[in-house]
Each structure stands twice: as structure tokens, then as C-alpha cells.
Design a protein around this ligand. Structure first.
Ligand code: SF4
Length: 593
């Protein structure tokens, strides 16, 4: 183990901020983070062992106890559930003789649920030792089980088991543009850096990661900071359930994304870029590395880019380790610094004090791609599409009850009704626009439009038909937030668990009118008192489904009077056993009015 750790520490230059990468390597080698490894890393990197344990405990893809040699994770997104995921995972557990959430006694296999793996267009999906498996069905599960029982190394499994399809059904402003590597940079150098920033400003491009902050303001503010070095980060951690358009962009349009990062670097004065790639997209890592290498060979990365004296910039890819919260910019920066991904307190904003406490631009994959084309075509070209407040186009990842799930690009301002027609959705009950943190709209609201000023989406667009139960949707999303809360602040840590409990109580038919009222109040508390966007949006699934279908919630109430959500007397069993008492005096009595 010592030799292995010496090697990975040397590769990481013994830099503590590369801890997450080192722990990922240890996890891959030993199937967990052994205590001995923690001691050695703490000693050689000169960091407290508690800090290493905190990181290992924070990320869901790292473990302090050994996982199976074949570690299987099945995506628990609502769209996977709609495709029979629950039956399939139970079948998988049956054929592999392992319980969900456990490691088989011979340590050959472990099986668990995981949050959305970014494959909702080809679910039910999952990961085996980090490699994606899609369109799971019983024959495929039988095949996988046989390969595992025969202990065939993953490298020798049939490649078609790991195939990921990129289905683009509709191309628009960005995806239709012709592309030559280097054109955006050449256009930027000819026009001038301040002038290109003006074009980004004129385009009125707003960040495509969800928050919708104006890109030009972010870049200008960063460029005006006195501190150096400055950093360019590409947020490729699209963890919002139902989103997979960045997967496609990185798979098929990586050059345009990297060129957008490079022109950002030229404008803000940066020589280092980082791509934070979500752990679920490990399968893209080698391909992206070869694109970067090709760009270095073409003189589009490295020193004196395109012959421009003194313009040096390169891009490094760093992997996440399974934490939805790391999609939040400041949490992502913490993660890049080798820490648990806990959102920072703001101000200061990351453009002033970001990675390594230096000025940093963090933008989404799609945003960088858009800037590359704006550099070539100009700001007016982009601003001429969409609405006044939401210029340009938006890529959508469409999944759920529709004939043609996949990637679609629309001008902002497009009606939801028209999108549904394109993707072949019939008998629609509702649409979740923007994933669990977004908005649920009913079939009475289909004339609403895709736009920051109406229905904003980072890319997720889930369709539900009339056979679906509104509570399955609200419950899945609420459970997701309770699971993904980073635990830093009480309103979200406690609040998301209480929301989950209270919603389950109502769904299970134990709710009263008072419970529904309490649920609404709790939503407000979590929304208004949480530290970051996750907590602020964690109540959205309940609030928006309640707004669309209040009658269904009311129908679900079985009691007018209060009914306890749990049995307090039964909960005291442990205490009674410890006190060796079971007499009537040791029991609570319910007082009936
Ligand atoms: Fe963490 Fe939730 Fe608080 Fe955000 S709101 S800091 S995710 S506990």
C-alpha cells in the first residue's frame, strides 16, 4: 500500500488540494479508503486525519468500508422508476444474492441505489465500478450476473453493455453552427479582448447552469480584480435529476466548450482552467483528455496560444465523487480544493475570491460553448433569438413519458406545448421543468414558455402522462433533497428530513388537515432560511405540486383530526428494555378528548 500511495501522492505533487483525486484512486484500488491509507496520507500530506475522514464520509462514491469487487449502483431518478427500476433492482438483488444497500458476504458484489446518473433518456440506468449501464432489462441483468459470477474483469465485458447513445432530435442556434477549431480564438484576437467582452455583453448571455447570472458581468468583474492568478472553471457537474445535455456536449462538442474556456481565460487574464467532471461521467474522461491533447498539439492550449506572445493557458480535468451539492459554484470550489463540498458563505463571490481564494469564473458547459460562437458571430446574432430577458437558445434534456427522449435545442420563449409535440408526448398530466429544484406545471399551463422570466431550466425537462401519480413525483424529489442535503445548516439538514417525513405521512394516508398546513409552513421555513440554493429549492416539488393539484392532496387526507406521524410508545421500547420494565406505568396512554 505504501508504494501505491507514494505513487499517487507524487502524481498529485503532494498537494493537499488534490486530496479528492487521491482518495478516488485509493477507492478504485482497495474498494474503500483503508485506515492505514488515511494515516499515511495524513502524515505525508501534513493534514489532520479527521479532515481526510470528513472528505471520505462526504462523497457518496467514497467508502470507509470495503465495497464489492463489482460495485453496482442503480439510478433512483423518477424516470428510472417509471421504467420499472424498482422491480429490476429487486431482480438484480435476487439473481446476485445480495440485498440492496449491502455487500455480499464473499465481497464479490455490492448493490445500492444512487441519485440520477445522467442517463434518463436511456434508463433504467446505473453504474458498475463507475462505468455506465443503460436500458437495463431482465436479459441484460442475467448477462451481467453471469459475467460477475464468472468473475470476468470489466475490461473484458462486451462493449455494447456500456454504450451511451447521444440522441439529438432538434438542433438550433448553437448546435447548427459550423465549427472549425481555433475560429473563436482567432476572431477574439482580431476583434480585441475588450471588444469581444462587449460582444458577450451585447449578446445578453446568461449562465446556463440555472442561476441565469449575466456572463459578461461575471467575466468583467473577475478581470477587474487585482489579485492573481485568476482561474477559469467549467462546471460539468450536472447533477440535477433529468439533466444530461452537458454529457452530450462534452461527448460531441468538447472542442467548442474548451475554446469558450480559453477565450474566457484570454479576457480575464488566466493561465489555468479546470473542468469539474461529475463522477458519473467518468466514461468521458479519456476522450476529453485526448481532445485536450489534440488542442495542445494544434497550439490552441499551452504556451503562446496561436502565436500570441504571453498568452498561456491550459485545462485540467478533475473528477467529482458523487455529491449533487458540488454543482453549486462555491461548493465545487471547496471540492476542487480537496475538501467536503460545503457551499461557502457569500459575499465574497467566487469572481473575487474563488479557487485558492483567487478571482475565479465558474460557468456551465453550455455557457462556454455559447461564448465560443458569440466570439465568432457577434453579440447581435445571439441576442436576435429568444426573448428580451432570455436571449439565445436553450438545450433541453427531455425524458419521461414521450416517444422521443433525448436532446433538443429551442429558442427561449418556446411554448411548453410545442416542445411536447416535438418529443411525442401524449395525454400529458404535467411537466417538471428544471428538475426537482425547478417547477412542476400541470396540463392546464402548457402555454407557459421556456424563459428565465417564466419557466427557467438548467436543462431538465421531464414529462409525466395521465397514468402517473403526482405523489410518486413529489416523494421521489423530496427524498432526493433529503439525501443530498450537505448537512451544513439546520434549516435544510433538519428541514428536508421533516419535509420527507411529513409528506410520507400524508401519502401513506395518515395525514390530517393540520399536517397539510404544517407541511406548507415547513416548506416556507426551509425555503427562506437555508444557506444555499439546494435548501432554497428543496420544497419546490411539494409547493409546485400542491399549487397544481391541491384537490389531490386534500383527497389524500384520511383524518380531519391530528394523527401522530410515528408511534411514540413503540419508540420507547428500547428505553423499556434497558430499564427492564414493561408494566402499564412504563407505557404512554393516549388521551382521547
Ligand atoms: Fe448544505 Fe442544504 Fe445548507 Fe445548502 S442549504 S448549505 S445543501 S444544508
Amino acid at each position: 500500500m505504501k508504494t501505491f500511495l507514494d505513487r499517487i501522492m507524487a502524481e498529485a505533487d503532494y498537494q493537499p488540494f488534490r486530496l479528492l483525486g487521491m482518495l478516488r484512486a485509493v477507492q478504485a484500488e482497495y474498494r474503500h479508503i483503508p485506515t492505514e491509507a488515511i494515516e499515511i496520507l495524513a502524515d505525508r500530506l501534513n493534514i489532520p486525519r479527521t479532515q481526510i475522514i470528513a472528505v471520505a464520509e462526504f462523497y457518496s462514491f467514497l467508502h470507509l468500508t470495503p465495497q464489492g469487487r463489482y460495485d453496482i449502483l442503480i439510478s433512483d431518478s423518477i424516470t428510472d422508476r417509471m421504467l420499472n427500476k424498482e422491480n429490476l433492482i429487486n431482480y438484480l438483488a435476487h439473481v446476485l444474492r445480495v440485498k440492496v444497500g449491502e455487500v455480499r458476504s464473499d465481497q464479490l458484489v455490492s448493490l445500492n441505489n444512487t441519485s440520477c446518473t445522467g442517463m434518463c433518456d436511456q434508463g433504467p440506468a446505473g453504474l458498475i465500478n463507475g462505468r455506465p449501464i443503460t436500458r437495463l432489462d431482465r436479459p441484460k441483468i442475467d448477462q451481467i450476473a453471469t459475467l460477475i459470477e464468472q468473475q470476468i474483469p470489466l475490461a473484458d465485458w462486451p462493449e455494447e453493455l456500456f454504450q451511451v447513445e447521444e440522441k439529438i432530435h432538434k438542433r438550433g442556434l448553437l448546435l447548427n453552427q459550423p465549427w472549425q477549431n481555433g475560429d473563436a480564438l482567432k476572431a477574439t484576437f482580431v476583434r480585441g479582448l475588450p471588444e469581444t467582452l462587449t460582444e458577450v455583453d451585447v449578446s445578453n448571455l446568461r449562465g446556463r447552469g440555472g442561476a441565469g447570472f449575466k456572463t459578461a458581468i461575471k467575466w468583467r468583474t473577475c478581470s477587474q480584480q487585482a489579485a492573481t492568478p485568476r482561474y477559469v472553471i467549467c462546471n460539468a457537474d450536472e447533477g440535477e435529476p433529468g439533466t444530461f445535455k452537458d454529457r452530450m456536449l462534452l461527448d460531441l462538442y468538447a472542442d467548442q466548450v474548451f475554446e469558450g474556456m480559453t477565450l474566457c481565460a484570454a479576457i480575464i487574464g488566466s493561465d489555468q482552467g479546470l473542468v469539474y467532471l461529475r463522477a458519473e461521467y467518468l466514461f468521458l474522461y479519456d476522450k476529453l483528455q485526448s481532445v485536450l491533447q489534440q488542442r495542445r498539439e494544434l497550439g490552441l492550449l499551452g504556451s503562446n496560444i496561436l502565436g500570441r506572445e504571453g498568452f498561456n493557458f491550459d485545462i485540467e480535468i478533475r473528477m467529482g465523487a458523487g455529491a449533487y451539492i458540488c454543482g453549486e459554484a462555491s461548493a465545487q470550489i471547496e471540492s476542487l480544493e480537496g475538501k467536503p463540498g460545503i457551499p461557502r458563505t457569500k459575499p465574497p463571490n467566487s469572481v473575487m475570491c474563488g479557487y485558492q481564494r483567487k478571482p475565479t469564473v465558474v460557468d456551465n458547459v453550455e455557457t462556454y460553448l455559447a461564448t465560443a460562437h458569440i466570439a465568432i458571430q457577434g453579440g447581435q446574432w445571439f441576442a436576435g433569438v429568444g426573448t428580451a430577458q432570455s436571449t439565445g437558445s436553450k438545450l433541453l434534456s427531455i425524458s419521461g413519458d414521450c416517444a422521443r427522449p433525448g436532446i433538443y435545442e429551442y429558442p427561449f420563449g418556446t411554448r411548453i406545448r410545442d416542445i411536447l409535440l416535438d418529443c411525442g408526448a401524449d395525454e400529458v398530466m404535467g411537466v417538471q421543468v428544471g428538475g426537482p429544484s425547478g417547477t412542476f406545471i400541470s396540463n392546464r399551463e402548457l402555454d407557459r414558455v421556456l424563459a428565465f422570466e417564466d419557466l427557467s431550466s438548467a436543462g431538465s425537462f421531464m414529462v409525466f402522462n395521465n397514468t402517473r401519480n403526482i405523489f410518486d413525483i413529489a416523494q421521489n424529489f423530496t427524498d432526493f433533497f433529503a439525501h443530498e442535503s450537505c448537512g451544513f445548516c439546520a434549516p435544510c439538514r433538519v428541514g428536508t428530513s421533516l419535509l420527507k417525513q411529513q409528506l410520507h405521512k400524508i401519502i401513506d394516508g395518515h395525514g390530517s388537515a393540520a399536517d397539510l398546513e404544517e407541511l406548507s409552513e415547513l416548506c416556507l421555513v426551509v425555503k427562506t432560511n437555508s444557506h444555499c440554493g439546494l435548501g432554497e429549492s428543496a420544497a419546490n416539488p411539494i409547493l409546485t405540486t400542491l399549487a397544481s393539484y391541491p384537490d389531490q392532496y386534500l383527497k389524500q387526507l384520511k383524518h380531519k383530526e391530528f394523527s401522530p406521524g410515528f408511534n411514540l410508545d413503540a419508540t420507547l421500547n428500547v428505553a423499556r428494555r434497558m430499564a427492564e420494565r414493561d408494566d402499564p406505568g412504563a407505557h404512554l396512554t393516549q388521551v382521547e378528548n
